[in-house]
Design a protein around this ligand. Structure first.
Ligand SMILES: C[C@@](CO)(OP(=O)(O)O)[C@H](O)COP(=O)(O)OP(=O)(O)OC[C@H]1O[C@@H](n2ccc(N)nc2=O)[C@H](O)[C@@H]1O
Ligand SMILES: Nc1ncnc2c1ncn2[C@@H]1O[C@H](COP(=O)(O)OP(=O)(O)O)[C@@H](O)[C@H]1O
Length: 318
């Protein structure tokens, strides 16, 4: 029988609010964050195969590991252990098509892990429920549970404890990608260093932002976007200051570094304005490339389940 591949589409995220507490004894920082899933996506396809393998295509594919460090592999191994299969020989081939910038603070690796959990759950007919998958997701990385869930959500703990948030509106974003990524632990470490040196300021409470999301007014939301990691990302990549300024000068309501950066996200009033801001920003020469996106969008979702080699349909000639 021809094996049936399963493809899951999974979104990037931006943190609308990212409040970072002190480092915990385990090295992680206590967070209060609001995630929003955006329409930049990766597609992850899994198929049963004698020889396990991983293939990565699309934007930034060269920078993504194809060995055991790939978070998609970690997801397969974890799921294999969980259901009593051999994690060394799970019999799965994975193909990742990247649309989410790599090492950009948009949780691309986490997204691939979430998509793989979802896809392999279906491939092996495990029927694990949402809560069980989310618990496994949290073992892979702090952002993985959100990539599964999508939408808009409040995250606490390491970011893995989630509560959905009411968001009444579709928000329109311009995403400015930088030439090179930043390391997440490196940015957290830089924040600790800045705080030890000068008591670096902290963003306010999350409640006003939650109220703005409930109201659905992008102008109100724009005033409340905040990210404690932004100063650390800018300290490591000073050029981001110019990018953030250029987006607002181009007409965005506000700009923010996405998570640990260096991607910058600009909130716009509507989709036409986002296209206009994107065009102007791409001409300003402050970033590698520019995308438009909207959110919230759903989390990891199966988009196709079809035979790998579909018979060619008969050709009809006019
Ligand atoms: C900063 C955020 C914001 O959503 O994402 P990115 O912007 O990088 O995508 C996350 O906190 C990143 O989450 P994720 O990328 O899943 O991180 P993990 O694999 O769990 O941890 C990688 C490293 O980041 C640091 N880390 C992560 C989460 C956290 N709450 N405190 C931390 O200090 C630790 O040094 C940890 O070893
Ligand atoms: N499937 C994957 N896609 C992208 N990066 C991955 C993947 N698996 C592991 N990585 C590693 O994770 C690092 C962080 O990538 P990514 O998750 O895209 O960014 P961020 O943590 O900034 O959101 C990359 O530099 C890469 O080495």
């Amino acid at each position: 029988m021809v094996p049936t591949p399963i493809t899951v589409r999974v979104p990037a995220k931006v943190n609308l609010h990212l409040s970072v507490g002190d480092a915990r004894p385990d090295g992680y920082h206590e967070l209060v964050t609001v995630f929003q899933a955006l329409s930049l996506t990766d597609d992850v396809t899994v198929v049963a195969a004698d020889e396990p393998a991983i293939e990565v295509k699309g934007e930034g594919a060269d920078e993504v590991p194809t060995g055991p460090e790939n978070l998609a592999w970690k997801a397969v191994r974890l799921l294999a252990e969980h259901c009593g299969r051999d994690p060394e020989n799970p019999g799965v081939r994975i193909s990742i098509n990247k649309g989410i910038p790599v090492a950009g603070g948009m949780a691309g690796g986490s997204a691939d892990a979430a998509a793989t959990l979802q896809a392999v759950n279906q491939l092996w007919r495990l029927e694990l429920g949402r809560d069980e998958l989310s618990e496994l997701a949290g073992k892979i990385g702090s952002d993985v549970p959100f990539s599964l869930q999508g939408g808009t959500a409040l995250g606490t703990g390491r970011g893995e404890r989630l509560v959905p948030v009411l968001a009444r509106h579709t928000y329109h974003w311009v995403i400015a990608l930088d030439r090179e990524g930043l390391s997440t632990p490196g940015v957290y470490g830089e924040l600790d260093r800045l705080r030890a040196d000068n008591g670096n300021g902290r963003i306010g409470e999350v409640e006003p932002l939650l109220e703005a999301l409930a109201s659905g007014d992008p102008r109100q939301l724009a005033l409340l976007l905040g990210n404690d990691l932004q100063s650390a990302a800018v300290s490591l990549r000073p050029g981001l200051r110019r990018t953030l300024r250029a987006g607002v000068q181009a007409g965005a309501l506000a700009g923010i570094v996405s998570g640990s950066g260096p991607t910058c996200a600009f909130l716009c009033t509507d989709s036409d304005e986002a296209v206009r801001v994107a065009a102007e920003l791409s001409g300003a020469g402050v970033c590698r490339t520019v995308r438009v996106a909207h959110g919230p969008v759903p989390g990891a979702k199966v988009v196709s389940e079809e035979p790998a080699h579909r018979p060619t349909p008969p050709q009809v000639h006019a």
